[in-house]
Write a protein that binds this ligand. Structure first.
Ligand code: ZN
Length: 331
């Protein structure tokens, strides 16, 4: 898998440019922003992290998570997600134009993984189980899960009304709400997933608590997000395109993730960083902007022959040092 297939540079840069304009339109009044404590471990103590588009990210003194504080309020986000051009661009152009590449490279393998973990965890495979994807978007992933023929019912949770419509058109039940607004007992999933959602959540503890609530006892949650412990973010820091306000506001460390899962009441079953792209991402940034100074060791890795780059990426994966993190927990 290459970054350019799932995140073509031109489209992605356009998205970032629109995000910056949206910030000026909707989020210029910083006086309403809210200070928060570490979204992973709850610690109040912090160190300066980095500044991006005049937004301050801080580093938790205890667990090393990088997070935006102060941050726009939940109400500001609700309005922003309804109105912002960048959000529309993401769900129309960006997502649509990369949909098929994502189906092959991301959604199919993810569905297979769900199948593996469902079997491993003894989820009933008699066609009675309920599967729920949080943030189901274009429902392409739901289609891939349907192909597994493991679950009796497959459902999405998608607050964005156009996307919810697409999901229903593809034949799925879609709950058109934010996860946090779902009532206790409304859903009882055997297996739930939330891919690349946590980094956006105003309050990750509340988000994971809500994800736990939609599971039946013994139900499994699989989720992925970005981690600040990963290679490309550590190396690129403020130049990383993964760190951008107001969308990505929580970049938990691997330690912070363990703390957060424990606080949410989920039982941690597995945590790993199976990312494939760290080396490719650093390489692409350097090609795009040669002025960025990289440590010479890093430069020698990213410019090395393919087999060396692959070995290095495998090392990152095996040692919780890739920026793509996957967690499996149980209620
Ligand atoms: Zn912390």
């Amino acid at each position: 898998m290459k970054e350019s297939e799932i995140r073509p540079q031109q489209l992605f840069n356009r998205y970032l440019e629109l995000s910056r304009r949206d910030i000026e339109r909707f989020l210029s009044d910083r006086t309403r922003f809210k200070e928060v404590s570490c979204p992973a471990c709850g610690c109040e103590e912090r160190k300066p992290g980095l500044v991006k588009f005049e937004f301050s990210y801080v580093l938790c003194a205890s667990c090393g998570s990088l997070y935006l504080s102060p941050r726009p309020t939940v109400e500001m986000y609700k309005y922003y997600y309804q109105e912002a051009e960048s959000v529309k661009f993401w769900s129309t152009h960006f997502y649509r134009e990369t949909a098929e590449a994502r189906r092959q490279e991301i959604f199919k393998p993810r569905a297979l993984l769900v199948g593996e973990w469902a079997k491993k965890s003894g989820i009933k495979s008699n066609g009675e189980g309920l599967f729920v994807d949080i943030g189901s978007g274009y429902a392409i992933f739901l289609e891939e899960v349907r192909r597994l023929e493991l679950f009796g019912q497959i459902m999405g949770i998608e607050p964005e009304s156009n996307l919810a419509k697409v999901g229903r058109y593809r034949g799925f039940d879609i709950i058109e709400k934010r996860l946090e607004d779902i009532e206790d007992g409304e859903v009882g999933a055997d297996f739930a997933t939330a891919f690349e959602v946590l980094e956006h959540a105003f309050n990750p503890l509340e988000f994971l608590g809500a994800a736990r609530r939609i599971l039946r006892p013994g139900g499994i949650l699989m989720f992925t997000t970005l981690t600040v412990s990963g290679f490309d973010i550590q190396v690129l820091w403020e130049n990383s395109k993964s760190v951008y306000p107001p969308h990505h506001i929580n970049l938990l460390s691997t330690q912070g993730m363990r703390d957060l899962v424990a606080r949410s009441g989920l039982r941690l079953i597995d945590l790993c960083t199976p990312g494939e792209l760290d080396v490719d991402i650093v390489h692409n940034i350097q090609r795009e902007n040669p002025a960025i100074q990289l440590p010479s060791f890093v430069a020698s890795i990213i410019n090395a022959p393919d087999d060396v780059r692959t070995n290095f990426q495998n090392f990152l994966k095996a040692n919780e040092l890739s920026s793509h993190i996957r967690v499996i927990g149980a209620r």
